[in-house]
Design a protein. Structure first.
Length: 541
């Protein structure tokens, strides 16, 4: 099957739902709101109709808290989190000039900025376009940023380099009006990483590297999972029984998107994600519907081996598969990075990476990695990073921390998360300074789970409680989540912990784990073996 001879174009064939959002999407294609945005830049915030605030999400533009403040968040679309020093320099300039001097790295490998005003967007979009960065589809009921492995193409252990497929799928679905009105947001990961760092288990579509033996030889290709997603009703993706050759990734993703678009649920926003359709249908029916829509037949395959402990983002200083080259990870607590740091990293990449190959990639743990550093440049790069206070050898605690935006800017959040996470990292590095094992701690400010708390070793969901007549931030604590082999969401162990006490509770949990785990036992398996009730009683929680 050749992509060039099987051009993908499938007109819409669905019945709109009756929700206000469905009606708004049918009244005007949300991709068209970009033209209105330029007009609103002249007429001002007060001139923006209420319906267009929803449509502006298709431009990557969200209302910042409070909704009547006149400020916006802007999310970029950077497939696979891949960019270069010139692009990063422009991002730093925009953050410095318009976004109060900072940006956040997101769990979908891109950047988002706050404090933006509508009259600034024409200049911002112009600058981004000059370095080939778009924001189209970064939000809204359409394909979000397509994510992948941050060391794709350079990792000596990878099954297959999926960079071509990431870029191909992103290009195909971005600004494609056949898919500009999906039932809900649509998240895709595509990776050939052996440890599944791109989280296929929790994406709507998760394409992962797959090996098989053919006539005694190893053939590398892909498998595909469908129907993952978190929020208040988390679902793990289900594996379709197929083996895909590289050229089959775009067709199967295209027609999976057609099935979601035309048969996904549109009557209730709370059940409109692909995960609900997949939960009702199962993998066999979903695959048959793909083949029915496409007229294609995909080769059946039923032998899958998933990694035991996949949650990492490849930080460190490690050799690439390309001889003499290294990659260097830089860690940011909770993903918050200052504009001057962004500029400094762009300058370091231009200075120390191989000329013409100054590639940088964001990770889904809200960190970044510089690629293609010649061996001779590693030592001077480390020296410069040290001088700038940029952390390339983080503690296991620091590199495993993830946080959503939180109440500072998000209209849905209940509790402060981002700044609390930054403070928490320093507290834990003191509270648990003898802890040396891998641990993943995630914060979500509300049940929407933008901080992915359900899959963490230790996950926190924000809330409020009243103490002495005063409402304070608190968190529910969940323990034992994992992806990969025997994937499972974590369990609620303790509710309404005051935010100020979080580091002490985590310290108790980690010390109990270290004292009672079996040899080689990862945290999630320890929690599963010990059980929630024993944990609560032994920890006196």
């Amino acid at each position: 099957m050749s992509i060039s001879t099987h051009i993908l174009s499938t007109p819409r064939n669905f019945t709109p739902g009756e929700t206000p959002e469905e009606k708004q999407k049918m009244e005007k294609d949300a991709l068209d709101v970009i033209h209105d945005l330029y007009r609103y830049a002249e007429t001002g915030f007060a001139a923006i109709p209420q319906d267009d605030f929803m449509r502006l999400k298709w431009c990557g533009v969200y209302l910042q808290k409070p909704k009547d403040s006149g400020y916006f968040m802007l999310r970029l679309k950077i497939p696979g989190g891949q960019y270069n020093s010139r692009q990063l320099r422009v991002i730093s300039e925009i953050a410095e000039e318009y976004a109060h001097g900072f940006a956040d790295i997101t769990t979908r490998q891109t950047f988002q900025m706050h404090w933006l005003r509508v009259e600034q967007f024409p200049d911002i979009f112009k600058r981004l376009a000059e370095v080939d960065i778009t924001t189209s589809g970064a939000c809204g009921d359409t394909t979000r940023n397509v994510v992948g492995c941050p060391v794709a193409g350079i990792d000596p252990e990878e099954i297959i380099d999926a960079t071509p497929q990431v870029l191909e799928v992103s290009k195909h679905l971005t600004d494609n009006r056949e898919f500009s009105n999906l039932p809900r947001k649509y998240k895709i990961s595509i990776s050939g990483c052996r440890i599944h760092c791109a989280q296929p288990d929790i994406n709507c579509i998760g394409v992962f590297g797959l090996e098989r033996k053919v006539h005694g030889q190893i053939e590398a290709g892909f498998g595909i999972k469908v129907g993952g997603g978190l929020s208040s009703s988390p679902h793990l993706a289900q594996t379709l029984p197929v083996f895909l050759k590289p050229e089959q990734v775009l067709p199967i993703v295209h027609y999976a998107s057609v099935v979601f678009r035309d048969q996904g649920y549109r009557d209730k926003r709370s059940r409109a994600r692909l995960k609900f359709l997949m939960a009702d249908w199962g993998p066999d029916k979903f695959l048959l519907e793909i083949e029915k829509a496409s007229g294609l037949s995909f080769e059946r395959h039923d032998e899958f081996i998933f990694p035991e402990d996949p949650e990492t983002d490849h930080l460190g200083i490690k050799p690439q598969k390309q001889a003499g080259l290294y990659y260097v990870g830089i860690c940011f607590a909770g993903g918050r990075v200052r504009a001057h740091q962004i500029r400094q990293i762009s300058e370091l990449a231009a200075k120390y990476c191989t000329p013409g190959r100054d590639v940088i990639r964001n990770t889904n743990k809200q960190n970044l990695i510089m690629l293609n550093v010649p061996e001779a440049n590693v030592a001077p790069l480390k020296k410069d990073l040290d001088a700038l206070g940029l952390i390339y050898a983080p503690s296991n605690i620091r590199q495993g921390c993830v946080s959503c935006t939180g109440i500072e800017f998000c209209n849905l959040a209940i509790a402060e998360t981002k700044n609390r996470m930054i403070q928490l990292v320093s507290q834990l590095e003191e509270e648990c300074k003898d802890y040396k094992d891998k641990i993943r701690i995630h914060f979500s400010g509300c049940p929407s789970s933008c901080g992915q708390h359900q899959i963490a070793d230790i996950g926190f969901r924000g809330g409020l409680k009243t103490v002495n007549g005063v409402k304070i931030d608190c968190f529910d604590m969940f323990l034992g989540g994992k992806l990969g082999d025997k994937a499972r969401f974590n369990q609620l162990v303790l509710g309404k912990i005051p935010s100020t006490d979080i580091h002490q509770i985590i310290g108790k949990v980690l010390r109990y784990y270290q004292a009672n785990r079996q040899s080689g036992e990862i945290f999630a398996d320890f929690v599963s073996r010990v059980g929630k009730d024993n944990l609560k009683s032994n920890l006196s929680l």
